[in-house]
Design a protein around this ligand. Structure first.
Ligand SMILES: [Zn+2]
Length: 140
């Protein structure tokens, strides 16, 4: 039990620090855009396709916002005392996994199964896409 308390205190400080950094990035980005970048990076961005760059930055920002939300959920689970248990099967998530991925909400095997399911869904979608393409080709 003492070990869990120490682990959770460690992870809480990791999560809090990660949250602070992400909040700064996400909110700082929304507030003043690219002004935090060094000059040469700004020039590089201005030379490149601004629209594409904007898309990439937006995608990155969305990813960071999503991670931030997961970190906040993990902190809520820490407060509620449910942190470290898999949200699907209730198994204790291994400490190794939590240290690598402090906001993980599923154990390794549930996450693996989920990824497999998502992969299968993607493959079905791709098949559907290529099917549509094929029917276009054979249409007179
Ligand atoms: Zn699980």
């Amino acid at each position: 039990m003492q070990e869990t308390i120490t682990r959770n205190a460690d992870l809480r400080s990791i999560l809090t620090e990660a949250r602070r950094a992400l909040q700064e990035e996400v909110h700082g980005h929304l507030r003043d855009g690219r002004t935090d970048r060094p000059k040469e990076v700004r020039d590089e961005i201005e030379r490149s396709d601004a629209g594409l760059q904007g898309d990439i930055e937006l995608a990155l920002l969305q990813m960071k916002a999503k991670t931030l939300a997961r970190i906040e959920q993990a902190l809520v689970r820490l407060d509620a005392g449910t942190y470290g248990a898999c949200s699907e099967c209730d198994t204790e998530i291994s400490e190794r996994r939590l240290r690598a991925l402090p906001f993980a909400s599923r154990c390794q095997s549930c996450e693996g199964r989920r990824e497999q399911e998502q992969g299968a869904a993607r493959r079905v979608a791709q098949r559907r896409d290529s099917g549509a393409l094929f029917s276009d080709v054979i249409r007179p």
